[in-house]
Ligand binder design. Structure first.
Ligand code: SF4
Ligand code: SF4
Length: 321
């Protein structure tokens, strides 16, 4: 049992900002019945494809006390990763999703979380915390919404009125009872830009993504071949896809440059031939610090070949027409 709690929302917020987090909010560690039912229905439709982990740990996702029995609050933290700049679209290159232009955000966020938890413990030695950066059995986007970081947009990202959706999220469970931050009500309104712009119709309805049709899933998480039905629809995306975020008016208007040098672009567009003869070792060395390593050399070669075949096919069709 905790004695008189010294840590207040304001102190935690101040610490988070000093460490470099751009967004912070608090939610009650309540049971997520409705959200878990939605997740279960999504999984039942097989919209998660090969992401088996999405179908696992449902009870932990429903109730964070199955992870941290003393949990009273959830703290959501966000880091803006938007780096200004556009693609050059040079011949024989493929585009990389903005989140992977620079270093893998996990390293930076884990480091920042460690500092954050240490600072909280210095003030409140009895504090218990358990933190995740999108690899844990927690519903991070739901908690980010409940903690007031943003609303859940029709493109399924969390949108903040000051930053748009270009931010990474961390989730911290804690045994301290913080005052909840009011959630931000949905501001998509009648807009459907993301749904209209998705080239593979992966946004099958507002707020509902069929990941098996999403270029992000197909180029990163997918371990098999890319189905031929998607040929000519990839808009040159080699790793991930940002179309439904690029068209979002909140991003167009409010995205701001990050102050994190770790996200400076080093892999914005890649040569499609570079993976042809690249060994595992060469790939791991080159992309050691990049989120691109998740796709492995085999996946990147598959993606590059898919784009090359698509453009060869399009050329043939142009010649015949
Ligand atoms: S990331 Fe691309 S493919 Fe996936 S839903 Fe958004 S626009 Fe569609
Ligand atoms: S593009 Fe429009 S509908 Fe889609 S998330 Fe942004 S505001 Fe919402």
């Amino acid at each position: 049992m905790l004695g008189k709690v010294k840590l207040k929302n304001q102190t935690v917020e101040k610490i988070a900002r000093e460490i470099g987090f751009d967004l912070i909010g608090f939610a009650k560690a309540e049971v997520l019945n409705e959200e878990t039912e939605k997740l279960q229905m999504w999984v039942n439709k097989n919209y998660h494809g090969g992401m088996k982990y999405m179908a696992e740990n449902i009870e932990k996702r429903r109730d964070v006390r199955k992870i941290l029995p003393s949990a009273k609050s959830v703290i959501s933290l966000g880091i803006n990763y938007f780096y200004a700049g556009d693609y050059e679209n040079k011949p024989n290159t493929g585009k990389v999703s903005r989140y992977a232009w620079g270093e893998d955000y996990h390293y930076l966020m884990w480091e920042m979380l460690e500092k954050f938890e240490r600072r909280l413990k210095e003030i409140e030695p009895e504090i218990q915390t358990k933190s995740y950066v999108d690899t844990g059995p927690t519903m991070d986007a739901v908690w980010a919404y409940k903690s007031g970081l943003g609303w859940l947009g029709k493109n399924t990202t969390v949108i903040n009125p000051d930053y748009g959706s270009w931010f990474f999220i961390a989730t911290v469970l804690t045994n301290i009872d913080f005052i909840p931050t009011p959630p931000i009500t949905e501001r998509c309104g009648t807009c459907t830009a993301c749904i209209d712009a998705c080239p593979t119709n992966a946004l099958i309805a507002p707020y509902e993504l069929d990941a098996t049709k999403c270029i992000s899933y197909l180029t990163i998480e997918n371990k098999g071949e890319i189905p031929s039905e998607f040929q000519g629809k990839f808009n040159n995306w080699l790793f991930g896809c940002d179309i439904c975020q690029e068209v979002c008016p909140w991003n167009k208007k409010f995205a701001k440059q990050t102050d994190k040098k770790e996200f400076a672009p080093s892999n914005k567009e890649l040569d499609l031939d570079m993976f042809d003869k690249m060994s595992n070792r060469e790939f791991n060395r080159k992309f050691e610090k990049s989120p691109i390593k998740r796709a492995r050399v085999k996946g990147m070669r598959r993606n590059a070949n898919f784009l090359k075949n698509s453009s060869a096919e399009e050329k043939k069709q142009d010649e015949n027409s």
